[in-house]
Ligand binder design. Structure first.
Ligand SMILES: [Zn+2]
Length: 469
């Protein structure tokens, strides 16, 4: 700054010839320098984000809100969601054709025509609403003329992107994150993933998914994969607890017209063990691990015939979930719509669907269970047609915000008679007779299905190096 002030003053006073005295020129320059310095100081002392234009827009919007209560629940976002930076979509300008965009939007990601309220498809571009609180806040996405030869911008590799593997190590170089569903342990009751029949051992889904995950991890490493467990103990990844969500839960309850303490407490708990927990896991996945694939492990449950007197049931089945099927209210959320667009533009579904079919097939072969079907007119699930049955698209927080292909598994009904008996036996090597049939432990059978699916999928879809004899 000082250099800038001195330089002109020390130069020959060229303008004196037009009548300005060198003294006046010096004074003017000093005055300009002083003003520039004051401006610089003021700018530097503000928090950096104040200078950003999106924030200016946000502040204007807050000003024109009908309800000025800043603690209010923002109904234009999903629970605990944050306002997306739409300029992040710029890397995908001119990369997807109109046909591909429309096909993925209508056949996979939405269940009805509500999307037309938020997305207008033109010949060579789409106009997408970015902030439903403001009428004219939109983003323009230009379509590509022809099918692009280049892989879309993304931080994960499809099977076809990987360097060659071998028959012994078909998963070499693949980064897989395993998400053992729920938390378990001391948190199993609060997250409503705990039940006990009589004096039997209680079932806690979060403990069972972790046991399964650890078996799968060891085996995947042998096949050459880099494996991350998103959690390795029965503790939350989320550092917050229900009390930390009092403000958000009260606002949410108010927006639902429920202001009693019980309703608020229930929402606080849910924000802790589900919404906040999955968002914390997503930060591990997206910022630290950056895997090529996430496998979410769950065990399913059916509604009790009589919840006050739980008795075991006969139903047992499997199904596999991919991301998609946003409901009409979900696509109305600015963040959910943005996250869906990222999935569309990264072409996540192509990889997810192929993988999902292998998982469904492997679960059928390994567990011998029938597949589960949602109602054909379900408003939250969409059937994915293909060579295997039991593959459905659903919009779950985890499979939406983990930024790579996500396979969500739901085999076994925990309150089924045989499944309950198998959990009582725990994990064991070899086999034990179950209803007259020798079976592996339920954890190892589940792991076998996951390993079979991954091995067969990558052997078939990546280049396999075959050395000449
Ligand atoms: Zn579950």
């Amino acid at each position: 700054m000082a250099e800038f002030i001195n330089r002109p003053a020390s130069q020959p006073p060229s303008r004196t010839s037009s009548g300005y005295s060198p003294l006046i020129l010096c004074l003017v320059l000093l005055l300009l320098a002083a003003l520039a310095y004051i401006g610089y100081e003021k700018y530097m002392k503000q928090p950096m984000h104040v200078a950003r234009s999106e924030d200016t827009v946000d502040r204007l919007n807050d000003d024109i809100k009908v309800n000025p209560d800043l603690n209010d629940h923002d109904t234009s976002l999903a629970d605990l969601g944050s306002r997306p930076d739409w300029s992040l979509l710029d890397v995908w300008q001119d990369t997807i054709t109109r046909d591909d965009f429309l096909r993925l939007l209508t056949e996979v990601y939405t269940i009805d025509d509500t999307w037309k309220r938020y997305i207008k498809i033109n010949t060579d571009h789409a106009i997408i609403r970015t902030d439903t609180r403001v009428d004219d806040a939109t983003y323009r996405l230009n379509f590509a003329d022809t099918l692009s030869e280049i892989s879309p911008q993304r931080n994960w590799s499809s099977a076809g992107d990987l360097i060659p593997g071998t028959r012994e190590k078909p998963l070499a170089g693949l980064h897989i994150a395993i998400d053992p569903g729920h938390i378990g342990g001391d948190f199993a009751k609060i997250e409503e993933r705990w039940f006990q029949i009589g004096d039997n051992k209680p079932l806690m889904e979060g403990n069972m998914t972790l046991t399964t995950a650890k078996i799968i991890k060891q085996e995947l490493i042998k096949l050459g994969a880099r494996v991350y467990l998103i959690r390795g103990i029965n503790q939350p990844v989320n550092s917050k607890r229900p009390d930390d969500y009092l403000k958000e839960a009260t606002a949410k309850a108010k927006s639902l017209g429920k202001i009693d303490d019980n309703s608020i407490k229930r929402i606080q708990n849910r924000f802790f063990y589900r919404t906040g927990e999955i968002r914390a896991r997503a930060r591990r996945v997206n910022l630290a691990f950056k895997p090529d694939l996430v496998i979410c492990l769950h065990y399913n449950a059916e509604a009790w015939n009589d919840p006050s007197n739980p008795t075991l049931i006969d139903k047992n089945h499997y199904h596999v979930l991919l991301h998609g099927a946003l409901t009409s209210s979900e696509i109305g959320h600015d963040d959910e719509r943005f996250e869906m667009l990222v999935k569309i533009l990264q072409r996540t579904h192509d990889e997810e669907k192929n993988l999902g079919m292998y998982f469904a097939q492997a679960l059928r072969m390994t567990t011998k269970l029938p597949h589960y079907d949602y109602s054909p007119i379900s408003a939250r699930a969409k059937k994915m047609e293909g060579p295997a049955k039991g593959v459905w698209a659903r919009n779950l927080l985890a499979n939406r915000i983990y930024q790579c292909p996500v396979i969500f598994l739901e085999p076994y009904v925990m309150n089924n008679k045989e499944v309950h008996e198998r959990f009582q036996l725990g994990d064991y090597s070899d086999v034990k007779p179950i209803n007259g049939v020798d079976k592996k432990s339920i954890y190892r059978e589940y792991a076998d299905a996951v390993l079979l699916a991954l091995k067969e999928y990558y052997l078939a879809h990546r280049v396999i190096y075959e050395p000449e004899e």
